[in-house]
Design a protein around this ligand. Structure first.
Ligand code: SUD
Ligand code: ADP
Length: 283
């Protein structure tokens, strides 16, 4: 990482609510969800290579080099732009994988924005978000970096201004498969659409929660534990669960009361992602 020319964050996100409205012919689900960023995330370092090679210098257990979303994002941007330059990339992985807080998607978005700069491509945000969508449904919101109400499969984004409370995010030690949750016959798929203006802070439910609670007792236990202190909810398809607090010290206090078997972290909700705040500072 110390050899990197450009070091950028890849923040986590929360789905403050997630409704499932229906299913498209291709099996993908139509959602309404509210994304807010957290001031906590991975960190990536980038250095230019003249030989066109893309090398992720950090090993990620369980994820082969070529299937890492960082490498896939870099190679896709290279192919689409016709750029002959390459990159060495380092990753400081802090976010739990498969946690519903978007670590992989955020890493991919940070890679797209970093290499657009490093390779001097001058791509628009629209073009980067469109390419991002081919990598995953959550990549566009990280490319745009603004808290948003999302519709479609998560790619139709309406920026929103939300309160920025402190969140306690508990991390049950299980891996939840997004595809498995979405293929569960018991999943609610008929929630009526709501209008963005009718959304209240923290309002709305997560339609995936009953299915995930049933399949993963550790997630259910985490929700029960956190519910003793505040209203607790699942983010995305889990496994992480979260609750909000008016101050960091309130959140820290509850974090200290959770059992050692349930790791957690405290972070502030942000309407502009820390990636975009850093990029604006560099501009
Ligand atoms: C539902 C969300 C909410 O944030 O869950 P999390 O992954 O964050 O938990 C995301 O949109 C997930 O996005 P992402 O994790 O990028 O999913 P993808 O790789 O695109 O899809 C994984 C699998 O989930 C199913 N899938 C995903 C998104 C969607 N709107 N409908 C689906 O049916 C599909 O079976 C797909 O093959
Ligand atoms: N850079 C990456 N970071 C995390 N996961 C990655 C990455 N690249 C590929 N993956 C794959 O994506 C899966 C989901 O990752 P992640 O984004 O952390 O979860 P979620 O979508 O639940 O928030 C992981 O299990 C892993 O196999």
């Amino acid at each position: 990482m110390q050899d990197a020319q450009l070091i950028l964050p890849a923040p986590a996100k929360l789905n403050l609510m997630l409704h499932i409205l229906g299913r498209r012919a291709d099996g993908y689900h139509q959602l309404q969800t509210l994304f807010q960023f957290l001031d906590h995330g991975d960190e990536l370092g980038f250095s230019l290579r003249q030989d066109g090679e893309i090398h992720l210098r950090t090993e990620v257990p369980g994820v082969p080099h070529d299937s890492n979303l960082i490498v896939r994002a870099a190679r896709r941007l290279q192919a689409e732009s016709g750029c002959r330059l390459g990159a060495d990339i380092w990753l400081d992985k802090r976010l739990p994988m498969g946690g519903g807080i978007g670590g992989g998607s955020s890493d991919a978005a940070t890679t797209l924005l970093a290499l657009d700069r490093l390779w001097n491509l001058g791509w628009s945000e629209d073009r980067l978000a469109e390419l991002g969508l081919t990598l995953g449904a959550d990549v566009p919101v990280f490319v745009r970096g603004r808290a948003a109400f999302a519709e479609g499969v998560g790619e139709q984004l309406t920026p929103v201004q939300l309160p920025e409370p402190w969140f306690l995010v508990a991390v049950p030690q299980v891996f939840v498969s997004t595809a498995e949750v979405f293929s569960d016959p018991e999943l609610t798929r008929d929630t009526p659409p709501i209008k963005v203006r009718s959304l209240l802070e923290g309002g709305g439910r997560n339609d995936c929660q009953p299915v995930v609670e049933k399949r993963y007792p550790d997630v259910r236990n985490a929700l029960i534990l956190l519910s003793k202190f505040t209203s607790a909810k699942l983010t995305g398809t889990g496994a992480c669960v979260f609750g909000s607090f008016p101050s960091k010290s309130d959140a820290d206090k509850v974090s200290r009361q959770l059992p050692a078997s349930l790791p957690s972290f405290v972070a502030q909700g942000r309407n502009i992602s820390m990636l975009h705040r850093k990029l604006q500072g560099l501009a």
